[in-house]
Design a binder for this molecule. Structure first.
Ligand SMILES: C[C@](O)(C(=O)O)[C@H](CC(=O)O)C(=O)O
Ligand SMILES: [Mg+2]
Length: 308
């Protein structure tokens, strides 16, 4: 009932333990708290909270317009609904190193397990677009040091993202990643890697977990979990995948409704009422109050409270 039973501290610990064990973790992007429930139900390892998705949901481009307050609120709403660890995209950390420190503490309070902070200049842009710019190593390092020093839970995972590959090549990306690890980063997100060989080289050069961003319509091919695992990658994100799937389905459904005057033909592709109620755990609320769920829904079973 209500929120997930697992505490933020337990989720952070779990993430650390799984990474230490060398597991390869898949984090689809949750576009809302309900989709986080679905990700958990399907057996994934964590949820990703994407800046691109948060902006898009608000009808905005991903150019650093969202605020810390908005990101923290959405992160809390998503993180508390799942037992899985959440990794959140905090872009450039919302300002100077002091702001990065506040960002980390705020996200810690929101209950996330990990944050990633990137080395782009403001205004930032999607890492798979051309025309990006990055800050110098000094500033990038200061951001990570500020983040690491600010966390109060040592298990909060601070991941550094570098966007330098697209500007200066793989060698520069490896150098930058090493500097960020020296500054205290627990993991590295090398953005816009060109191929599997680049992931392999990056993973071989570092002794911290490396993330692969499998965003569609971007600069990296969509490699399988096994291909990335063989290259040494430990966390794979699918940041916008669920939003793109949902919006694709929504658009097709709207076209059909507009053309035929009814949504009847689309009903079989919809999530049923029973499945929705299962995900929001209607039955679980009956343990608290048996009048919450005293109706019949085809395909949904009403759990009788204990003792009846
Ligand atoms: C990972 C990312 O930072 C995000 O906000 O989800 C984006 C994803 C995208 O725009 O496809 C990115 O910069 O890669
Ligand atoms: Mg982003």
């Amino acid at each position: 009932m209500l929120y997930a039973a697992t505490t933020p501290a337990q989720k952070r610990r779990l993430l650390r333990e799984r990474l230490a064990a060398g597991d390869v973790l898949q984090f689809p992007g949750a576009f809302n708290p309900l989709s986080a429930r679905l990700i958990e139900d399907k057996g994934f390892d964590g949820v990703y909270i994407s800046g691109a998705v948060l902006s898009a949901e608000l009808g905005l481009p991903d150019i650093g317009l969202t605020t810390l307050t908005e990101v923290a609120q959405r992160s809390q709403q998503i993180a508390r609904m799942t037992n899985l660890p959440a990794l959140v995209d905090v872009d450039t950390g919302f300002g100077e190193p002091m702001n990065v420190a506040r960002t980390v503490q705020t996200l810690e309070d929101a209950g996330v397990a990990a944050v990633h902070i990137e080395d782009q200049v403001n205004p930032k842009r999607c890492g798979h677009l051309d025309g990006k710019q990055v800050v110098g190593a000094d500033t990038a390092v200061k951001r990570i040091r500020a983040a690491v020093d600010a966390r109060r839970d040592p298990d909060l995972l601070v991941m550094a993202r570098t966007d330098i590959r697209a500007l200066e090549g793989l060698g520069a990306a490896i150098d930058r990643a090493r500097q960020l690890v020296d500054a205290g980063a627990d993991a590295i997100f090398p953005e816009a890697m060109a191929d599997l060989g680049e992931f392999e080289a990056m993973c071989a050069a570092l002794d911290v977990p490396v993330l692969a961003n499998m965003t569609e319509f971007g600069k990296s091919d969509l490699f399988t979990r096994q291909q990335l695992a063989d290259a040494g990658v430990r966390i794979i994100i699918y940041p916008v995948t669920l939003l793109r799937l949902a919006m694709g389905a929504a658009e097709a459904g709207l076209d059909e409704l507009r053309a035929s005057g009814t949504q009847q033909g689309a009903v079989e592709r919809m999530q049923t009422r029973a499945r929705l109620y299962e995900l929001v755990d209607y039955a679980g609320y009956n343990a608290f109050d048996t009048t919450v769920f005293d109706f019949q829904v085809p395909g949904l079973h009403r759990a009788e409270p204990a003792g009846e």
